[in-house]
Design a protein. Structure first.
Lengths: 106, 169
């Protein structure tokens, strides 16, 4: 069977759903954050697939690649800040279990 | 081509499932690396060479090392088994399955999705690689967004330093 755009979109969607279920299911803050990154990366696959299937003058649509470049940069910044927040939280509460972090102030 | 697609899609998906099911965060992080490697291979299959390499360098390299570093630093223990796992599994699994079912229904009716991979016109000579094209776009059409991203990175760096200080005032 020939590869179509739907193949790539479907893989991307399944990966997104896996990340979503991880965010809902897991209780460790760090793993939740990793699942969030997984969802972001899944969206990237959609961008690349659309840019490849939308040829401009026989070349892939490089605007999609540029957008992806920005997404990767923002994700890197986000991870740095998010992990710093998790470390600050751990210093306060001595835990990363979200079920034990249930009050704004204590 | 098709076989490679299924192989690397399986890598990405099984790695993703591993992130969710492993109880130990370190195992989760390592299956995440496998997932990102599979995803990078899919990018390269779609002729996005620069982005595929960036995915490996930044995601599978830098970001995951940062995650592993923090996991080691704060000494996370395994999640203990929860007492009533049934409802949370039903909830999370149900939402994921509903999302996939919705996606399948939409994609079935999505006409352009039937398109097969179009042929790329081969270009010869210098300045025709995708790295060159993306770089040229970044510093001509998208010069303003890249300045914003530079400021964002600076803000993130300063923010991390402030957040990591002992006394939060």
């Amino acid at each position: 069977m020939e590869l179509t755009l739907n193949h790539f979109l479907f893989v991307s969607g399944i990966l997104f759903a896996i990340g979503l279920s991880g965010v809902l299911l897991r209780r460790n803050l760090i793993v939740i954050f990793m699942c969030l990154e997984l969802m972001l990366a899944a969206a990237n696959l959609t961008l690349v697939a659309f840019s490849r299937f939308n040829l401009q003058d026989g070349q892939p649509d490089y605007d999609g690649h540029v957008l992806l470049f920005f997404i990767i940069t923002v994700a890197a910044a986000e991870v740095a800040v998010g992990l710093a927040i998790i470390v600050a939280l751990f210093r306060n509460r001595e835990t990363t279990d979200v079920t034990k972090i249930n009050s704004m102030k204590f | 081509m098709t076989f490679l697609f299924y192989l690397f899609a399986a890598f990405a998906l099984i790695g993703g499932i591993g992130v969710v099911v492993y109880r130990n965060p370190v195992s989760s992080a390592f299956s995440m690396i496998i997932s990102f490697l599979g995803l990078a291979a899919l990018f390269i299959q779609l002729n996005a060479y620069l982005v595929g390499v960036l995915q490996i360098l930044v995601y599978a390299g830098a970001i995951m090392v940062l995650f592993l570093f923090i996991i080691m630093l704060i000494n996370v223990e395994d999640e203990e088994k929860r007492r009533f796992p049934f409802f949370s599994f039903i909830g999370a699994g149900g939402i994921a399955v509903a999302f996939i079912a919705l996606l399948a229904t939409v994609l079935k009716r999505f006409g352009p999705g039937e398109a097969t991979i179009p042929k790329i016109k081969a270009l010869e000579g210098p300045g025709t690689s995708d790295t060159h094209q993306v770089g040229e776009l970044l510093f001509s059409t998208y010069w303003f967004p890249i300045q914003i991203v530079a400021i964002l990175l600076l803000v993130a760096t300063v923010g991390v330093v402030v957040l990591s200080k002992k006394e939060l005032k």
